[in-house]
Every structure is written in structure tokens, then in C-alpha cells.
Design a protein around this ligand. Structure first.
Ligand code: AMP
Ligand code: MG
Length: 417
């Protein structure tokens, strides 16, 4: 069972930077070790459990990169074009049947194995046919238009490392090796519930003072993108005993318990007390906006994360606390989020020593440069601010102001999950 160290004291302290939080998570979370074997077709998004060494060179044999005429580089026309008799023909998936005779050319097609004795291919667009001869121009380099065996990946090369979250191109590489099954880390089991008397589930009756629970569906969708198996525990009321019992029900059988709401310090925020009654807890006051305290804890050996209730705060803290925890639990390489430079189309004031995320849309300005346009309002409860934008501009701890025209770092939503 995955464990977060019980020594939550180390999580304490007055205010934690995003980087400190991520480093602490990476250092303290014990990865799940259980592996399973999956078929290639189901491998996308899974975390590779063993290194893969190339069992086959790629390409597996030397072949032509173009449709054309194969020759030996010893026969290449040097100063003027030369006429060659064409003997033999080899197509993709076929065989030349025998070696290329000296002073001859062989008709060849893209992907066809190079005949013995040939090492250079003229593109058919560059030659002229005269009767049953082909006239080849001067000046082609030896080895041109040929893909040597192993030029892509050499036999025995390290190809993929364990901890790699498999992308379609990684799956393609494994397929190119002819492998059919892969050892991956088993999916993480994550239990999720929302807290709050003001919440109703979509599909249920909603009292006049209630709103539909949107965070749970957002978090479950984000977890699914990270390859987790989710247990949906619904909505738990603002009641310490009910919360404690829900926590106890799933601790020990899940790798992570994730909740939203109730982690502020108001009288009706019962998550803190309920976690403390069945496990241990610390509140992380993270130096991040939007975001508020994030609760971290351990219940019967299962890590617990309590996110704030405001949807945007919940979204942003998921990215910076839950995502690194999921990656650490699954033994995946921590993939650093790399903000890409865009031009600010807005001005902004911020506090020093805090990281802030500004919701923006991208547009191509008149001079062709990508520009980030800030969503006009800033509330942490505005779901439309996430829906109507493309991503987040990250403003680091040392920044205090942004002026239009400055370069800022942009993170697309798709890159966050
Ligand atoms: P809390 O963190 O529990 O104080 O919640 C702060 C605010 O976030 C609440 O007043 C709700 O408006 C909103 N909120 C809390 N939980 C959810 C949820 N599951 N879905 C949507 N909004 C929520
Ligand atoms: Mg609440």
C-alpha cells in the first residue's frame, strides 16, 4: 500500500511555496510497486514499470527512403550525367532476388530493402528515362536517400525508461519493436468526495439555497486523464462524524483520498477535525493564488488531500498538489510544467513572495505575435473563467507587476493533465 510518511510535522510551517510543496511530495510519497501487464492497445497514459531496451534495430534493415533507382556509390556520375542499364526491381516488402550488378541501376521503391551492392538511391524525379536506360545526374552524395538499419534506434539502445507516462508516440515505438504487451504500474485507486450542505448532485433535486456539485466532476475528469481509477463517494454533509466515517470507509483500500471544500478555518469547515479524528493532518498554507489552505494528511496509511471548495482554487491546487502526488504515487517521472513565452496583453499587480495564475485566452496580435488576453474578472468561484480561456499565465514569486507587451509564461490547460 502506498504511504505518505506519518511524520506530517515536516509539512508544517507558516507558508509553503509551490516548489517546496512539490519537492516535499516527491520526497515523502512512496510509489506503488504493483505492476500489471497490458496489451499495447491499452497502454496509452499508463506508467511504464520497466526500462525497455531495443530488441530490434530501427529500421530493422537498410532500405530506400524514396522511389527511384539504386546504384553503387562507386558508379556515381562525377562531372556529368551518365546513362545506366536498369536491371532488377525491388518493391516495399519484397526482395531484389540478387545483388546489383556493377555499373547497373536497379528500380527501387520507398521502404524496399537495399539490394546487396547498392548504397545510394536517385529519386525518380531527378532522373530521365531513355528507352530501357536511366540517365542519372552528377553530384549526388554516396549514401543519399538511404535509411541505414538502426539509424533511428540501434539494437540494445535504451529506448524507454521506467516511470515514463506513455504517450501515443511511445506506444508506437514499442509496437515498432514488435512487442505486444508491456509491464506498467497498476492504476491508482483514488476516492473522491465533495463536502458541503450547499451542494446537490446533478440529477438530484436542488433546494433553493443549493448549487450543483461541479468540483467533483472536474476532479474526477482530471484524475481520469492522469490514468486513475476513481471511486465516487458523492457529497458528504458538513458533519464531522459523517466525514470521519466516509474517510475510514475508503482508507486502506485506496492509494489517495481527495476531497473538495471544508478546509478553511470556518466553524462549518469540518474536514480538518474529521481527518484528525481518524488520522493525522496538517494544513498547508500555500503561497499560491488562486488557492487557499490545502489539507494534507494520512489516514490508515492512505494519503489524504483536501482541496478548497472554490472551483478555480480547486483546479489550480489540483495541478500543484494532486498532480505531483499522483505522479509520485505511480512512480512516474515528475514532469515539470514548462510555461511557454507569450506576450502579455494585460497589466497586472501582484504580491511579492506568492505565485499567481492568471486565466487567459491566446490570440494572434496584428504583428503575428501570440498574446495572452486576461479574463476580465478574477473571482475564484467563476467557472466560466476556466471554460472561456485557454490556460494560465504563471507569475513567479518575485514578480510584482506585469505591463502589456512584456513576455510571460503560459501553460495550456491540456498540458496540466
Ligand atoms: P468551502 O471551501 O467549503 O468554504 O467552499 C467555498 C465555496 O466554494 C462555497 O461557498 C461554494 O460556493 C463553492 N463550492 C464548494 N464546494 C463546491 C463544489 N463541490 N462544487 C462547486 N462549488 C463548490
Ligand atoms: Mg464548505
Amino acid at each position: 500500500m502506498a504511504q505518505l510518511s506519518d511524520d506530517c510535522f515536516a509539512f508544517g510551517g507558516p507558508m509553503m511555496s509551490v516548489d517546496e510543496a512539490i519537492a516535499l511530495i516527491a520526497a515523502r510519497v512512496t510509489p506503488v510497486r504493483d505492476m500489471e501487464t497490458v496489451a499495447l492497445a491499452g497502454a496509452d497514459g499508463r506508467v511504464l514499470a520497466r526500462d525497455i531496451t531495443a530488441p530490434l534495430p530501427l529500421p530493422p534493415f537498410t532500405n530506400s527512403a524514396v522511389d527511384g533507382y539504386a546504384v553503387s556509390s562507386r558508379d556515381l556520375p562525377q562531372d556529368q550525367e551518365l546513362s545506366f542499364a536498369v536491371t532488377g526491381r525491388v518493391q516495399a516488402g519484397g526482395s531484389a532476388g540478387g545483388p546489383l550488378a556493377q555499373g547497373r541501376a536497379m528500380r527501387i521503391f520507398t521502404g524496399a530493402p537495399m539490394p546487396d551492392g547498392a548504397d545510394t538511391v536517385f529519386m525518380q524525379e531527378d532522373v530521365r528515362l531513355e528507352g530501357d536506360k536511366v540517365v542519372l545526374p552528377a553530384g549526388l552524395k554516396p549514401g543519399a536517400n538511404v535509411r541505414p538499419a538502426g539509424e533511428d534506434v540501434a539494437l540494445g539502445d535504451p529506448a524507454l525508461k521506467s516511470g515514463q507516462r506513455l504517450r501515443p508516440q511511445d506506444v508506437a515505438l514499442v509496437a515498432a519493436f514488435g512487442l505486444t504487451r508491456l509491464d506498467v504500474v497498476r492504476r491508482l485507486r483514488v476516492a473522491v468526495f465533495s463536502t458541503g450542505n450547499e451542494l446537490a448532485s446533478p440529477g438530484e433535486a436542488r433546494d433553493p439555497a443549493q448549487l450543483f456539485d461541479s468540483n467533483r466532476y472536474m476532479l474526477m475528469a482530471m484524475l481520469a486523464r492522469l490514468g486513475c481509477e476513481v471511486s465516487d463517494l458523492g457529497i458528504i454533509r458538513d458533519d464531522r462524524a459523517a466525514l470521519a466515517s466516509a474517510l475510514q470507509d475508503v482508507a486502506g483500500t485506496h492509494d489517495l483520498i481527495l476531497t473538495t471544500g471544508g478546509v478553511s478555518t470556518g466553524e462549518e469547515d469540518h474536514v480538518k477535525a474529521s481527518v484528525e479524528s481518524v488520522g493525522s493532518l496538517v494544513l498547508w498554507r500555500m503561497a499560491i493564488k488562486p488557492g487557499r489552505p490545502v489539507a494534507m494528511g494520512v489516514i490508515a496509511g492512505t494519503p489524504f488531500i483536501g482541496l478548497p471548495g472554490n472551483p478555480v482554487a480547486s483546479f489550480v491546487t489540483f495541478v500543484h498538489v494532486v498532480r505531483p502526488t499522483i505522479l509520485a504515487l505511480s512512480g512516474a517521472r515528475q514532469e515539470n510544467l514548462l510555461p511557454l513565452p507569450v506576450r502579455a496583453g494585460f497589466s497586472y499587480r501582484k504580491k511579492i513572495a506568492r505565485r499567481e495564475y492568471v486565466r487567459v485566452s491566446l490570440r494572434r496580435a496584428a504583428d503575428g505575435v501570440l498574446e495572452a488576453v486576461k479574463f476580465p474578472r478574477e473571482g475564484a468561484g467563476l467557472l466560466s473563467s476556466l471554460v472561456d480561456t485557454d490556460g494560465l499565465v504563471e507569475l513567479g514569486e518575485t514578480v510584482t507587476r506585469v505591463e502589456p507587451g512584456e513576455s510571460v509564461g503560459f501553460l495550456a490547460y491540456a498540458s496540466l493533465m
